[in-house]
Structures are given as C-alpha cells and as structure tokens.
Design a protein around this ligand. Structure first.
Ligand code: NAP
Length: 194
C-alpha cells in the first residue's frame, strides 16, 4: 500500500508496480480524488493499470507493507484513518517529513530535536513496525538511485530489526547499495532534520 496521492505516492506506486509488486494506492476519498482536475489521477491510473485506488483503510488493509507518503502535518490523521488494526504487525515505511508551511517557504519543522514525526507515528500505532527511510531525498531518487552521477546513501531508522531488513531487501532490489542503519526510531530526528 502506498498512502498518499502526491508526487511521492504516485512515483513510489509507479515504481513498485513496474517492479512487479501488487500496489494499492490510498487516499481520503477516492471519488473526490478522481474528480480533481489536477493532478489527473484518473489519467494516471489508466497509464498504471496494475495500481488500484482505495481509501487509506482499504489500501492498508489489503497490503503486506504500507508506505506513509502523506503530508507530514496530516500523517497521524491519515494513519488513524488507515486504521491501527490494518497496520498492526506490518512494516510501515515512513517517508514523510514534518514540514510546516504556515509561514511560507522555506518550511519549518513542526517537530525536531527531542522528538520526530517517525516517533510520533510509532507511538500512535505501537503495533506497526515503523521504518523511517527515503525522506532525505527527492521522490524521483527513492526507487532510482542510479539517476545520480555518484553513489549516495539512504538511511534507516526503526526499532524492529526484521522490519529494517525487509526494507533493506526492498531497497537493494531497486539498486541501493549504501544503506545505513542509524539505529532506533529516535534517529529519525536526524534524518528528518537533514
Ligand atoms: P503532499 O502534498 O505532502 O501530501 C499529499 C497527501 O497527503 C495526499 O494523499 C493527501 O490525501 C494527504 N493529506 C493531505 N491532507 C490530509 C488530511 N488532512 N488528512 C489526511 N490526509 C491528508 O505530497 P508529496 O509532496 O507527495 O509528499 C508526501 C510526503 O513525502 C510529505 O510528507 C513530504 O514531506 C515527504 N517527502 C517528499 C519528497 C518529495 O520529493 N516531494 C521527498 C521526501 C519526502 P488525499 O490523497 O486524500 O488528497
């Protein structure tokens, strides 16, 4: 499941589907999302026939691994809508950043230093196996590290070693080689601030 229909959600959904994964894209309300003129998700779905669109709960409930690609300030709401039961025991890859655009650009962070969005998500849904990763780069690189001229690194933060191994395997399958395990979910503070 990829929760989020922005540029990150659609880029990840397209990349996972192209690699042969069964992808369910999650949104608040599929009908109103499809009715939006921009971005034209109806056209996007026609180009990505393997991807299904559903509510956050439908997407999370039908999937083995869930990606949070929602706006950081709304991620807790989106994940509550996805449902704690639908996320229990699952790897929850969190790519969101705690960006606050209320005072314009560049954004500030609405949590930093002594806490992080990754930790807030892990506390809100204790049965999910949260792995913060991919948040330090543009969406276009997340599943295509070879687009850069020189190798770069991706970071992992999370309390569940097996979940991090699963995410690492997924990243290796997309060409990642420098995968740096920073430690527990509290290390998401550094990755989010970066
Ligand atoms: P975005 O515009 O930040 O978020 C879009 C998603 O957030 C949509 O799916 C939307 O739901 C959901 N959302 C917005 N308000 C909501 C609310 N009140 N309740 C529930 N859900 C809500 O999209 P993005 O630019 O693709 O970024 C996604 C995340 O990735 C962000 O946290 C961003 O900081 C992070 N990130 C982005 C990049 C990048 O290259 N852009 C790189 C690294 C990390 P609907 O589908 O229902 O509209």
């Amino acid at each position: 499941a990829v929760l989020g229909t922005g540029s990150v959600g659609t880029t990840l959904a397209a990349g996972f589907a192209a690699a042969g994964h069964d992808v369910h894209l999650g949104t608040r309300d599929p009908d109103s999302t499809l009715a939006r003129p921009e971005p034209d998700l109806r056209a996007w779905l026609q180009q990505h026939q393997g991807v299904r669109l559903g509510t956050f709960a439908q997407a999370a409930g039908s999937s083995e691994v869930v990606v949070n690609a929602t706006a950081g300030e709304s991620s807790l709401q989106a994940l509550q809508a996805a449902g704690a039961d639908n996320l229990a025991g699952k790897v929850l890859i969190d790519v969101a950043n705690p960006l606050d655009f209320s005072e314009g650009f560049p954004p500030r962070l609405f949590v930093q230093g002594t806490d992080s969005l990754g930790e807030q998500i892990q506390r809100a849904i204790p049965a999910a196996r949260v792995v913060k990763t991919w948040n330090t780069m543009n969406a276009g690189l997340m599943l295509a590290p070879d687009r850069l001229d020189a190798p770069t690194a991706v970071f992992l933060s999370g309390d569940d070693m097996r979940a991090k191994e699963q995410v690492r395997d997924l990243q290796v399958s997309f060409g990642w080689r420098q995968i740096i395990d920073l430690g527990g979910i509290e290390t998401a503070r550094a990755a989010e601030m970066l």
